[in-house]
Design a protein around this ligand. Structure first.
Ligand code: NAD
Length: 485
């Protein structure tokens, strides 16, 4: 069923999911919308773009300080309701309440605070050509209506990672959260007016990708699209937006390696690699899914890693002691499981998790979309488990011998988002990091982020970067002005 929510300030088209059994965190999507929903989507996107366009002159003429104050106020309001947001995110997505409380919602708050601050500190360039009697300088202005499309795995976190820089720079936005996880976006809408966000500056359109998303992609009055999601959808967006020559920022999938040398500190490496493999049910684009371990420590690593993986508690996402919640949907669970089956059929060994251990779920959770953290060994580099993004709690462990060999093997996938390197040899850490084809390389850690610095992937993992300077450049149009004096 669907519903239209019409707020005084922001037009919202919401597709509500069936009420779910909270404990099971089951998601029922609205992907099979009827033709009447399709026309409604188009009308709502049209209305949202119109509203954003009308708000642009006033919002873009506000000073960065005025915009910054409003962003900070919105951050305060979300923070004030942190627990309610976290509960909603956990129930809607299936993630654990602990993850929602400590990662998703605090980061959404921080996204607004971060861009509220960074917008105050940008400078432009100036050069002189003394012999010509000229000076040149650049100026930057907001582009207009920004189209923002985000995925289901980190719903409010990633949506606000786009909304915050876009509006801080003076653009107005039409944002489309994933149809699988729209609740926290809807909750945020209710705070916009209180925060002082003027009418039409932030418009949230709820609907499916092929309908609302595509209508936004193809809208002639939306000159830029910031998209986070799968590589397949990015290809479609690129194709559809090409006739309009839109500016695109694409943050896509990954097949991220962890490279563990024999001089790594395993007491740090094992818990962090467990986290990088299974946090948020493995549904993070930055999750490790290929673990290369140097042969000398391979057996020891595997033994300790599997023993620790078995300790991860799977179950009711609302239970604060649970480590792994429910996967996003039945289809996704089946897809993730199918990779494990394929690996087994190819002769790989499943050391723990799916199909090997039994999943003891609490009463009331048996029908949920749960899966045990799964570790697979003896997988061939060319197998689909080592090449394709699985996006679930599954990780493959293989052995390697030399630095040269592991760099080549780590780079032999179509993706290039993130990598981790574990070694106590500083020279090696630098050498390997330089040669890995990944937009982000963490050494002896994982997911430590400074939002000032570029975030994004290479190869099939994306085009463009996000961060203080990168988002500023994406969401503004630069002009070079030459003055002859
Ligand atoms: P998805 O591509 O299916 O959907 C992402 C968004 O695009 C959703 O809002 C969806 O409705 C919309 N969409 C779908 N089809 C569309 C179309 N034809 N036109 C316009 N919009 C359309 O991705 P997902 O399943 O929601 O998310 C998982 C994927 O996202 C994984 O591949 C993951 O790696 C990737 N991801 C990447 C990053 C990153 O920063 N690189 C972060 C999180 C997730």
């Amino acid at each position: 069923m669907f519903k239209i929510f019409s707020f005084r300030r922001n037009i919202v088209f919401g597709v509500t999911r069936k009420s779910v059994d909270d404990d099971k965190a089951v998601n029922v999507s609205c992907r099979h919308a009827s033709p009447s929903v399709f026309s409604l989507c188009l009308l709502m996107v049209e209305a949202a773009v119109k509203s954003a366009k009308a708000a642009f002159p006033i919002w873009s003429s506000k000073s960065p300080l005025e915009r910054s104050q409003i962003l900070n106020k919105l951050a305060d309001l979300i923070e004030h309701d942190l627990e309610a947001f976290a509960q909603a995110e956990s129930k809607d997505q299936g993630k654990t309440i602990t993850f929602a409380r400590t990662v998703d919602i605090p980061r959404a708050v921080y996204n607004f605070r971060f861009f509220a601050s960074s917008i105050l500190h940008h400078t432009t360039e100036c050069t002189e050509m003394a012999t010509m009697g000229c000076m040149h300088y650049t100026s930057r202005a907001p582009v207009g209506v920004a189209g923002l499309i985000s995925p289901w795995n980190l719903p409010l976190y990633l949506l606000t990672w786009k909304i915050a820089p876009a509006i801080a720079c003076g653009n107005t936005v039409v944002a489309k959260p994933s149809e699988m996880t729209s609740v926290t976006a809807w909750m945020m809408c209710k705070l916009l007016e209180k925060a002082g966000v003027p009418h039409g500056v932030v418009n949230i359109v709820f609907g499916t990708g092929t309908k609302a998303g595509e209508a936004l992609t193809c809208h002639p009055d939306v000159p830029l699209i910031s998209f986070t999601g799968s590589t397949l959808t990015a290809q479609r967006i690129t194709e559809k937006s090409a006739p309009y020559c839109k500016r695109l920022s694409l943050e896509l999938g990954g097949k991220n390696p962890a490279i563990i040398f024999d001089d790594a500190d395993l007491t740090q490496c094992i818990p962090t690699t467990l986290r990088s493999s299974f946090a948020n049910q493995g549904e993070i684009c930055l999750c490790t899914s290929r673990i290369f371990v140097q042969r000398g420590i391979y057996s020891e690593f595997l033994k300790r890693f599997v023993a620790e993986a078995k300790k991860w508690k799977v179950g009711n996402p609302s239970d604060p002691t649970v480590d792994v919640g429910a996967l996003i949907s039945k289809e996704h669970l089946e897809k993730v499981r199918s990779y494990v089956k394929k690996a087994q059929a190819e002769g790989a060994r499943v050391l723990c998790g799916e199909g090997v251990d039994s999943l003891a779920l609490p009463t009331g959770n048996q029908k949920g979309y749960f899966m045990l953290p799964t570790v697979i060994a003896e997988v061939k580099d060319e197998s689909c488990c080592m090449q394709e993004e699985i996006f679930g709690p599954v990780t493959c462990v293989v052995a390697f011998d030399t630095e040269e060999e592991v760099i080549e093997r780590a780079n032999s996938v179509k993706y290039g988002l993130a990598a981790t390197v574990w070694s106590s040899n500083v020279g090696r850490v630098h050498r390997v990091a330089q040669r890995l084809q990944a937009g982000l390389v963490w050494t002896n850690c994982w997911l430590v982020r400074d939002l000032n610095l570029p975030f994004g992937g290479m190869k099939a993992s994306g085009i463009g970067r996000e961060g203080a300077k990168d988002s500023y450049e994406f969401f503004t149009e630069v002009k070079t002005i030459t003055i002859k004096h």
